[in-house]
Design a protein around this ligand. Structure first.
Ligand SMILES: C[S@@+](CC[C@H](N)C(=O)[O-])C[C@H]1O[C@@H](n2cnc3c(N)ncnc32)[C@H](O)[C@@H]1O
Length: 522
């Protein structure tokens, strides 16, 4: 906490974007050096263009600090223009205390890969780093920036199989410039030890042995997930499937793009543009407007396809939920937890400018994003946003409809390959809280459904407690609803025995998601 405070002090008097006067800056960086526990080394390097340090590593280290330390570190950054080379270098300067050359496209890609991979493999990497320190207290008390630099080095050597001595050199240099010579020496010693153990095939990794708990702990380290997730998945899926799921979560994510018909842009147009951009793709076999890309998202972004509203990034698993709602021109649809609008916008694009989608969400900021995207994608004429807690909606808006979608807040356990840090932020206790919220939201959403109308409940979770169990409990509380099986709307391969929709990350190679179609009696 003291470390965080020293950073906040550094921030609060200067603000992240304003240049500092040099005498003030000296004082501020003294504060940083308290944080890094070293002598005030960075002071003399401010504004010096440090060509010795590879820019993508410096940016990766700072971004990892930001993600791990959350708010305290995020405040340091000027979020405007996030992702642009200028901004990235700005925050390296403000945080590490030196400038380096600007990032090119290749550097930007490397940053994404290194940051994503280092976060995913954090538990595994920390296990190795810890076992190569003199004792556990050295590891536990390690200053945060030094730890990030080591994680990057370990990830590059063990998981990316990069030439080890180049990795050692580069990370030692970064530690020396960003921290101090002693830190560089420590990185050197630890990384060299790792290289030698790896070359002898003797990395100190846990064995899969002992009772269930011991095995769960070993798997959690080997596949880098929290122990509670491993235990849960082993219980629901069995050990082999749980391992496959963790391997999927650790792989580089695949993205899907939806061509925006509302702007007269078809999948054939999208495919033509991707060919021109030399981005390889696969057309979706499940959804007419979708294509899947493994790499090249940066190229798509830079070509302006998203900014022009010609297409949207949307996972097929989410697109299939919209297929289950089955929006038709002229309908009135209530989207109960709509922001940031992925499903609202797709539904609206299918309505040919006729009908209305009420987009409700408790989060005004996220609803604003939805509104802007709706304009960009030219579907704003059929969308009305309502900022409200769904549970209090009826007091102010007497809404009723034949089609209601509740895409509930959930653990996100189906999207861990895309959301690298989510696994470390979720706690077992969250599941209980979410379960209660989901029940309350289901009750509220059901009151908006007209007799004979449909309620679609969906999540981006693979956890039965948030999915099947919520539906079964709802049906006990609301016998006026019954299940409408989903195979009329999605390929039967996605239908469970009970008639629910379920996309399995491993089997379907997309995010995990769940949905059910519930019909209210007349
Ligand atoms: C899974 S996200 C929805 C994603 C969205 N349907 C999409 O496709 O982009 C869940 C949303 O529920 C909203 N939410 C949470 N609690 C709510 C409540 N009590 N009333 C209304 N919205 C709520 C959150 O703000 C969040 O935007």
């Amino acid at each position: 906490m003291a470390q965080v405070l020293s950073f906040q002090l550094f921030l609060s008097s200067s603000g992240p974007t304003k240049p500092l006067k040099s005498h003030k800056r000296t004082r501020k960086f003294t504060s940083i050096s308290t944080y890094t526990k070293g002598p005030p080394g960075p002071v003399k390097k401010i504004h010096k263009l440090n060509l010795e340090v590879s820019p993508h590593r410096a940016v990766s280290a700072v971004r990892l600090m930001r993600i791990e330390m959350g708010g305290a570190f995020a405040d340091l950054l000027n979020e405007k223009g996030k992702g642009s080379g200028d901004n990235e270098m700005g925050y390296v300067e403000r945080t590490l205390g030196f400038r380096t050359k600007d990032l090119d496209d290749r550097d930007l890609r490397l940053v994404t890969d290194i940051v994503g991979g280092t976060i995913r493999w954090r538990r595994y990497l920390d296990h190795l780093i810890g076992s190569m320190c003199h004792d556990q207290s050295t590891f536990r008390n390690m200053e945060p920036l030094l730890l990030q630099i080591l994680r990057i080095g370990f990830y590059e050597i063990v998981k990316l199989n990069m030439p080890p001595y180049a990795v050692v050199d580069e990370n030692v240099r970064l530690a020396k410039v960003a921290l101090r010579v002693g830190a560089g020496n420590m990185v050197n010693g630890i990384l060299r030890k790792l290289v030698s153990l790896k070359e002898n095939n003797s990395l100190p990794l846990p064995r899969l042995e002992g009772d269930d708990r011991a095995q769960a702990r070993a798997l959690a380290t080997l596949y880098s997930h929290p122990v509670w997730m491993v235990r849960r998945w082993t219980k629901y899926l069995g050990q082999e499937e749980a391992i496959r799921l963790m391997m999927w979560n650790n792989s580089n994510p695949t993205f899907s793009l939806r061509a925006n018909n509302a702007k007269g842009f078809t999948r054939a147009d999208l495919v033509m543009r991707l060919d021109l951009l030399k981005v390889s793709y696969k057309v979706s076999l499940n959804l007419d407007q979708f294509v899947c890309i493994k790499t090249g998202m940066q190229i798509v972004i830079q070509a302006g396809l998203l900014k022009q509203g010609l297409c949207a990034v949307q996972d097929e698993s989410a697109g299939l939920v919209v297929s289950i709602v089955d929006p038709q021109p002229g309908e009135v649809i209530i989207d109960c937890c709509a922001a940031p609008g992925g499903k609202t916008l797709y539904m609206a694009s299918q309505m040919n400018g006729q009908g209305i989608v009420y987009a409700i969400d408790i989060n005004k900021g996220r609803l604003r994003i939805l509104k802007e995207a709706a304009k960009l994608q030219q579907v704003d004429s059929v969308i009305t946003t309502i900022p409200s807690d769904l549970r209090n909606l009826a007091e102010n808006y007497p809404l009723k409809s034949d089609k209601v979608l509740l895409d509930a807040p959930c653990s996100g356990l189906g999207v861990l390959s895309k959301r690298a840090d989510l696994r470390w932020n979720r706690k077992l206790e969250d599941m209980e809280e979410l379960k209660n919220l989901q029940d309350e939201l289901l009750d509220a959403a059901s009151s908006l459904v007209k007799p004979g109308g449909v309620l679609v409940y969906s999540t981006c979770s693979i956890d039965p407690v948030e999915n099947e169990e919520r539906v079964e409990a709802f049906l006990v509380r609301h016998p006026e609803f019954h299940i409408d099986v989903v195979d009329k709307y999605v390929p039967s391969d996605f239908m469970t025995k009970r008639g629910y929709y379920y996309s399995d990350p491993v089997r379907h190679s997309m995010d995990g998601a769940f949905a059910t179609r519930l019909v209210r009696a007349l």
